[in-house]
Structure formats: structure tokens, C-alpha cells
Design a protein around this ligand. Sequence first.
Ligand code: HEC
Length: 144
Amino acid sequence: MRRMLFRIIFVIPILAFIGIQYIEVDRTNPPVKADLEAPMEIKNIFRTSCYDCHSNQTRWAWYSKVAPISWMIVDDVNEGRKLLNFSEWGTLFSEKREELKKKIWEELTADEMPPGNYIYLHPGASLEIIQKNTLKKWLQNSNY
Ligand code: HEC
């Protein structure tokens, strides 16, 4: 009986954990088509805080290779890229870029991006007020 219990509590989850590592996930970095062009200061902020999920230049961390965390990260990156991909910025119509700039503004104001769990793992990605203001000034004045 105790042996059975030991199996259920320890062995089965460990085997399951090992098993799910064999499920393939696609950690892609497709070619950069037309990256956002902006002053260095602006690009650096976006690169540090947003590019892991909103570009084709994701820096895949070691834990992004461990299931089940990897599934969540790949989902986030795929969804993030679908909505806003700085690597394709130059291919967008200006109306689309304006719409995205408005959304970026909203996310910055609401403090929604970068997501809290990402900042927890990447403290350096958290945006200071002064950085947010720098981005907002650019969002307002840039016609690109
Ligand atoms: C850890 C991944 C991650 C990072 C880093 C990240 N985002 Fe996101 N972002 C997402 C995901 C996932 C969504 C879609 C779901 C949601 O809105 O929460 C999203 C949605 C958005 C949207 C909404 C797009 C739309 O069409 O509704 C904007 C704008 C945005 N992010 C901007 C940013 C900016 C600006 C940064 C950097 C300051 C950033 N994000 C950093 C994952 C990320």
C-alpha cells in the first residue's frame, strides 16, 4: 500500500514531467523583414523591454526549453508577434502603424506591458517613468 502511494505521489509526476519534454514546440525566430526604424534611444528601450515577444529576435531563455513553461512562453510570443511585430513594422500601412502606436500608448499608460511575470524574470525590462515618457514623446511625434 505504501509503495503504491509512493508511486502515485512521486514516480508518476516525475515520469510525466520527463515525458512532456519530448513534445515538440516551435521556438522560431523568422527572418527580420523590415525592422522598426527609430532613434537609438527608442530602439534600445523597445529591444530591452518588448522585443522578446514582439519581434522575430526573441532571446529564448533556458527555461523556455523546459515544458510546461515552454508552452506558455511560445504561446505568449506567438500571440505577441501576431498583434505587434517590430520586425515587420516597415511593411505595415501607415494607418496600421498609427493604430499600433495608439495601442502601445495605452499599454504604457495602463502599465500593462511588459507583463508582470516577464518583469519578474527580467527586472531590467521594467520601464521607468522617464523611459515611458521618452517612448510617448516618440509615439506622438514620429510619423513612421
Ligand atoms: C512576455 C512577452 C511580452 C513582452 C515582453 C511584451 N509583450 Fe506586449 N503583449 C504580449 C502578449 C501575449 C499580448 C497579447 C495579450 C495581451 O494583450 O495581454 C501583448 C499585447 C500587446 C499590445 C496590444 C496589441 C493589440 O493589438 O491589442 C501592445 C500594444 C503591446 N503588447 C505592447 C508591448 C510593449 C510596448 C512592450 C514593451 C514595453 C511589450 N508589449 C512587451 C506579450 C508581451
